[in-house]
Design a protein around this ligand. Structure first.
Ligand SMILES: C[S@@+](CC[C@H](N)C(=O)[O-])C[C@H]1O[C@@H](n2cnc3c(N)ncnc32)[C@H](O)[C@@H]1O
Length: 238
């Protein structure tokens, strides 16, 4: 593996009508939107993400005592589940939005005062951790918000901070419902920095090109909202 992704792997973005726009989606705008929405975001998670979160925890291979990182914690619903599953380990969370990170930090302090859980604001593309710092990494509904290059940089960062053999659990917005896909394309047009665009079908290829082995692949549906849960193992150090 030489770390390069061939053209085939990024074709999806080049062929998408949103490609040019999303290649330049400014993270600053994404951060601002999620900062503003931090107090309301739990409602959306409850309605659309909670079933996939539950499934992801069940298949993630996370055991008590691990060093676990969650990237893009949002308002912390998955982070709380991770802390609960890992009371004697160390659970760390990051989010681009300082308000999301602060909210999740204070919520987990209140709920789990005696556990080692820590959240901070950080960008997934430049994770502030040493190589191989974590036994497991979880990331839900983030890759949709990143440009083509940022998806590559982020997956590469995941690989760098995850120990060899460690599981990476991803949740992506499903692309298996055509009506949902059409509605999502409208959302992308209206507010690309908030909704991003669907990338689910192509992420397994991106993972394989980076040296991850995809071991679990589950589809979950909550109301009309489809999700895909992937567990991939980091086969080599970046
Ligand atoms: C769609 S929400 C998902 C939140 C949560 N993971 C969940 O499952 O409900 C996306 C989150 O990603 C964060 N985010 C966006 N770009 C990011 C980046 N470059 N690095 C870290 N977090 C980012 C946003 O601030 C937001 O909290």
């Amino acid at each position: 593996m030489n770390g390069n992704i061939d053209l085939q792997d990024t074709e999806y973005l080049q062929s998408s009508p949103m490609a040019a726009e999303l290649a330049f989606t400014p993270s600053r705008q994404t951060r601002r939107i999620y900062d503003i929405l931090a107090p309301l975001y739990p409602v959306s998670t409850l309605l659309f993400h909670s079933r996939a979160h539950k499934e992801a925890i069940a298949v993630s291979g996370i055991r008590n005592g691990m060093r676990v990182l969650e990237v893009a914690i949002g308002s912390g619903e998955m982070f709380h589940k991770l802390v609960q599953a890992n009371p004697d380990g160390h659970t760390v969370g990051v989010d681009l939005s300082p308000n999301m990170a602060a909210r999740t930090q204070s919520g987990s302090r209140r709920a789990f005062p005696d556990t080692a859980a820590h959240c901070q604001a950080a960008d997934a593309r430049y994770l502030p951790f040493a190589d191989g710092s974590f036994d497991a990494l979880v990331c839900c509904y983030l890759l949709e918000l990143l440009s083509e290059n940022d998806v590559e940089d982020t997956v590469s960062e995941f690989q760098r901070v995850l120990r060899v053999g460690g599981p990476l659990t991803l949740i992506l917005i499903g692309q298996n419902k055509s009506m949902f896909n059409s509605a999502y394309r409208v959302c992308t047009k209206v507010a690309p920095a908030f909704w991003g665009r669907q990338v689910e079908r192509h992420i397994p290829r991106v993972l394989r090109a980076r040296g991850f082995n995809v071991e679990r692949d589950h589809k979950v549906r909550q109301i009309f909202y489809p999700s895909r849960v992937l567990v991939a193992r980091n086969a080599e150090q970046s």
